[in-house]
Design a protein around this ligand. Structure first.
Ligand code: AMP
Ligand code: TRP
Length: 324
């Protein structure tokens, strides 16, 4: 079986963009690949954060991924900083990476804009650490949301550059992305993300979900109830396609185009389906949060398994580079 790797930042609160854009697809791939998932805390520290909250954030990310269906019996889950070889390999990859490549990364440009007061070298180097995450484990398949494609393509170039310089060592990884691209935020302007506060959290109550959806932006050209709308430009419709049944999707599609239904009717159906999808996840997450030891044990076992791979890869890398 091919090896699959993906990572998620411990951002404190996973949102439905993470779930629909990434985690739900990871769960569907568990039986087809040898799967490794990583809570990437070293990536998360490239922006300002509260030190006291980090441990809980790491725990939450792992617990919520497990609650979404990352079954530890069928995959490995670990924390990036528990395996020092990630940063060690990142340093080595720095030496085969042209600066210009990193300067072109969209995420770097966006984050430098958002965090003007703290444009640190780690933020710039972020994709190199990501390449190290994937290649340390010699993973080929990398399932991610659309926003990460550029980073996976960069990882291919890193693998290629290293192999050309030091001999065949790493596979060239490829991304697997869902058909429906990025999930937009409730503001309809930018992708859903924790930092922009335009998201629905996996842990939001039914009431919160209803009220967040009620004010979410739809087709901006549909100003009055009697105006027909265009589902293709409506984020609510995108979510319907990910969460509603075929007949409901058909109903809202036609209803919107003919002004047969209003945005509130459309949102009510979506809210019902979203709440139903999240209910079992929230139940499982509550159980895990009541038994935190179960989660820490999974992360410890993941560390043990992945350390073996990491040590082996680094031995090979140092040998090929003339460092032993
Ligand atoms: P992050 O929280 O940035 O580490 O993202 C974890 C995973 O969720 C990655 O595979 C991202 O590509 C994916 N993801 C995050 N936000 C979105 C979004 N708004 N739409 C689709 N996928 C997303
Ligand atoms: N950069 C990814 C994100 O923001 C997270 C990540 C870190 C990752 N390392 C990875 C994803 C390795 C896939 C593979 O979502």
């Amino acid at each position: 079986m091919k090896r699959l790797f993906s990572g998620i930042q411990p951002s404190g609160d996973l949102h439905i963009g993470n779930y629909l854009g990434a985690i739900r697809n990871w769960v569907r791939m568990l039986d087809d690949y040898q799967c490794i998932f990583c809570v990437v805390d070293y990536h998360a520290i490239t922006v300002d954060y509260q030190v006291e909250a980090m441990r809980q954030r790491i725990f939450n990310a792992a617990a919520e991924c497990m609650a979404c269906g990352l079954d530890p019996g069928r995959c490995v889950i670990f924390v990036q900083s528990h395996i020092p070889e990630h940063t060690e390999l990142a340093w080595i990859f720095n030496t085969v990476t042209p600066m210009g490549d990193l300067g072109r990364m969209t995420q770097f440009k966006e984050k430098s804009e958002q965090h003007k007061h703290n444009v640190n070298v780690g933020l710039f180097d972020y994709p190199v650490l990501q390449a190290a995450d994937i290649l340390l484990h010699k993973a080929e398949a990398v399932p991610v949301g659309e926003d990460q494609i550029q980073h996976i393509e960069f990882s291919r170039r890193v693998a290629h550059a290293f192999n050309s310089r030091y001999g065949e060592t790493f596979p060239e990884p490829y991304h697997i992305t869902p058909k429906i691209g990025r999930i937009m935020g409730l503001d309809g302007k930018t992708k859903m993300s924790k930092s922009l506060n335009n998201y629905i959290s996996l842990s939001d109550s039914a009431e919160t979900i209803r009220s967040k959806l009620a004010t979410a932006v739809t087709d901006v050209n549909r100003k009055r109830r009697s105006d027909p709308g265009n589902p293709e430009v409506c984020n609510i419709y995108t979510l319907h396609r990910l969460l509603s049944s075929d007949s409901e999707i058909e109903y809202v599609n036609t209803g919107c185009r003919t002004a047969g239904i209003g945005c509130l009717d459309c949102k009510a159906i979506l809210a019902k389906n979203m709440i139903a999808e999240l209910e079992p996840i929230q139940q499982k997450a509550r159980e895990l949060k009541e038994h935190p030891q179960r989660v820490w044990e999974v992360l410890e076992a993941g560390k043990q398994t992945c350390s073996l791979i990491a040590v082996e890869t680094m031995r090979e890398v140092r040998t090929k580079m003339g460092l032993r």
